[in-house]
Design a protein around this ligand. Structure first.
Ligand SMILES: Nc1ncnc2c1ncn2[C@@H]1O[C@H](COP(=O)(O)OP(=O)(O)OP(=O)(O)O)[C@@H](O)[C@H]1O
Length: 267
């Protein structure tokens, strides 16, 4: 269970991005965080792993309060929380395998990581994960020689290498074509179910959020203005979250005739 209570973020310039967020996410639930640009979605997910320091309030993962941890304690706690990014955040000059293994950096010693000597069990697991995410045989390929969809799959495999309890996912499909975006969301959903992983996905694409997640939380000006099942997010509710913004614009052209990039994985 992830529990946020009275989570408040005020940036140094005085801007309050999150007035006070309360949210409980049971283990294994896949939550989409939607809302207009500037609503505080990135701030919220980054406050959970303290990439952005909350100003006040509580963030609990299981029984552990994260907001009061020292630097060293936080480093250990972050092993339990993996992050997946819109721009993939891979090291381009490294191979797929090296990028995936970097998910273990929080677990191996400095010298092991510097020498790139990972335990055989980690290497075996990395091969397994590459197969799971549909990248079998690509372990030696340099990251910069991959398509966007393939790069996101490496990012997902790297996150799972961490054996996390919680996945924080920041706009995973924003750089992908519609079909590849659906494949990536399907993969994330399947993996969360298979590993009983809790996930919070910051996503702009409302149809994708509706199709692939268990629950949708709508933010507006840092406040939760919708919290319900995907089928409860009707077109009548959307203006309450987005105001006048065109919530459907990301979905334009999202039909099966749009060719996916060739990342070698069936839909
Ligand atoms: N470092 C900062 N200093 C001051 N204000 C900030 C800072 N970072 C973000 N903000 C403001 O906080 C608000 C929330 O930003 P955030 O990036 O969390 O929104 P978002 O919902 O993720 O937006 P988007 O969908 O466009 O990425 C915005 O008004 C933004 O300008």
């Amino acid at each position: 269970m992830l529990t946020l209570k009275g989570l408040h973020k005020r940036y140094p310039d005085g801007f309050v991005a999150l007035p006070s967020v309360d949210l409980e996410v049971p283990t294994g639930q896949l939550v989409a965080l939607i809302g207009p640009s500037g609503a505080g979605k990135s701030t919220l997910i980054r406050c959970i792993n303290r990439l952005v320091e909350p100003t006040s309030g509580s963030v609990k993962l299981g029984e552990q309060e994260l907001t009061t941890l020292s630097r060293g304690e936080l480093r250990r706690a972050r092993r339990r929380i993996a992050m997946i990014f819109q721009d993939y955040a891979l090291v381009d000059r490294l191979t797929v395998m090296e990028n995936v293994l970097s998910g273990r950096l929080g677990y191996v010693s400095f010298w092991q990581s510097w020498m790139r000597r990972f335990p055989q069990a980690d290497v075996d697991r990395a091969f397994e994960l590459l197969e799971t995410v549909g990248l079998k045989g690509l372990h030696d390929r340099r990251a910069d020689a991959l398509s966007g969809g393939q790069r996101q799959r490496v990012g997902i495999a790297r996150a799972l290498m961490q054996q996390p309890e919680l996945l924080l996912v920041d706009e995973p499909t924003a750089s992908l074509d519609p079909r590849t975006a659906r494949q990536v969301m399907q993969l994330l959903g399947d993996l969360c179910k298979a590993h009983n992983l809790t996930a919070i996905i910051n996503i702009h694409d409302v149809p994708l959020a509706r199709a692939y997640t268990d629950r949708i939380v709508g933010l507006q000006a840092g406040n939760v203005v919708f919290d319900g099942k995907p089928q409860e997010l009707t077109d009548a509710v959307l203006p309450e979250i987005y105001g006048g913004e065109d919530w459907n614009k990301d979905a334009e052209g999202d039909d099966a005739t749009v060719p996916a990039e060739d990342d070698g994985v069936a839909a």
